[in-house]
Design a protein around this ligand. Structure first.
Ligand SMILES: [Fe+2]
Length: 386
């Protein structure tokens, strides 16, 4: 028996060239002046050329906010709100990876709600809706364009604040695989493994539901087969499209089934050592999977089959272990380093470990894991990832 579950998603447009019509879509949503939150690198790479042209074609004025740091912070959300209010824009367009989209989500709700973004840590604390938001991802990974989550770093406390609210769901998601063609190798690997982590964690999550199961399994098939191809040849449009579709499906899956131990332990690494989100997940995925298999061997055996392992004749635990080995091979093939190779100093890492474990537990994500980790077990996983 399935207990009642909510499944949320925004209106979405998926496909090659879909972002070329961003201007018309914004106009249909009542845009008068558009506040664009993006990354300045994307102008140089040409990712925004056609999007800006589509706004011009609709005679839509816009104000650009693109001087973002590598992760969304409280300061930049506040700066964005100030600029937005000065500009008189009535709709927000976010283009880029997790940083612009998460920043834009926070700006959107804080434009119409009292207080500070820090007041709304946790679930369902935001009192009312924000400005309409159109999200266009330019990486195939975060899934933020289709979720009710935003993660904002409080630089004063070094905490990645997880905030969830239906009011953080974008009004419209435009998912255009062509925007990912110019992504560099390392970013392709890290964001793609973030997406694979979303699919795996949503599938084994204690909050998994029938709708998310379909999406998780499909995302795992698409990502395991196509991410290596997109990584090896960024111009392979079919591989880029299927990787993007996998990321989109994985976003819908974890948006409704939540994430688990990998994400719980990954956010504190990002907050303390400024490691990009996809990378901190990628280094943890192998050790966390191996730890978690015994919590639900049946589900991990199905994951093994979905990512292309031949599990015929194997019992669930043997199949689950084969799946974990395949994920390890993929991470190695994509040249993901260990934490010690990312310039993180050993003494500092071990000093901060108790604090990171506190933050992981406080996020609530580890409670969704099929096997609940003790503090000592989390320390063991961090040591392996280092
Ligand atoms: Fe993620």
């Amino acid at each position: 028996m399935v207990s009642p579950r909510t499944f949320r998603m925004p209106v979405s447009i998926f496909g090659h060239g879909s972002s070329d019509n961003a201007g018309a879509e914004l106009k249909a949503l009542g845009a008068k002046k558009v506040f664009i939150v993006t990354d300045e690198v994307l102008w140089k790479m040409g990712t925004l050329t056609k999007i800006a042209a589509s706004l011009n074609a609709e005679k839509l004025e816009f104000q650009v906010f693109d001087k973002l740091p590598t992760e969304p912070t409280v300061e930049f959300v506040e700066e964005g709100i100030r600029l937005l209010k000065e500009s008189g824009c009535n709709i927000i367009l976010a283009v880029g990876g997790g940083t612009p989209i998460d920043t834009a989500k926070a700006i959107s709700v804080m434009a119409r709600n009292p207080g500070k973004i820090q007041d709304y840590i946790g679930a369902n604390k935001i009192p009312g809706p924000g400005l309409p938001l159109v999200a266009i991802p330019a990486t195939a990974g975060t899934g933020s364009e289709v979720t009710i989550f935003t993660i904002i770093t409080n630089t004063k406390t070094s905490v990645k604040m997880l905030i969830s609210s239906p009011y953080l769901m974008p009004t419209l998601a435009i998912v255009d695989p062509l925007l990912t063609v110019s992504m560099p190798l390392g970013l392709t690997a890290a964001t793609g493994l973030d997406a694979l982590t979303h699919a795996i964690e949503a599938y084994v999550s204690r909050k998994a539901q029938p709708m998310t199961d379909i999406l998780s399994l499909s995302a795992m098939r698409l990502l395991s087969a196509n991410l290596p191809l997109a990584w090896a040849d960024g111009k392979n449009l079919e591989a880029r499209e299927k990787t993007m579709l996998g990321s989109y499906q994985a976003g819908l899956a974890f948006g409704n089934a939540s994430v688990a131990l990998v994400h719980g332990m990954s956010r504190p690494i990002g907050a303390c050592f400024h490691v990009a989100h996809g990378m901190s997940n990628a280094v943890l995925l192998g050790p966390v999977m191996e730890f978690s298999l015994s919590g639900n061997p049946g589900r991990y055996a199905e994951i093994a089959a979905a990512i292309g392992e031949n599990v015929a004749g194997l019992d669930d635990m043997a199949a689950a272990e084969a799946g974990a080995r395949a994920v390890r091979r993929l991470i190695k093939y994509l040249e993901i380093p260990r934490l010690r190779d990312l310039g993180i100093e050993k003494t500092r890492f071990f000093e901060l470990m108790p604090e990171m474990i506190d933050a992981a537990i406080a996020s609530g994500s580890p409670d969704n894991n099929p096997r609940i980790a003790t503090r000592e077990e989390m320390a063991g996983i961090y040591r392996q990832a280092y």
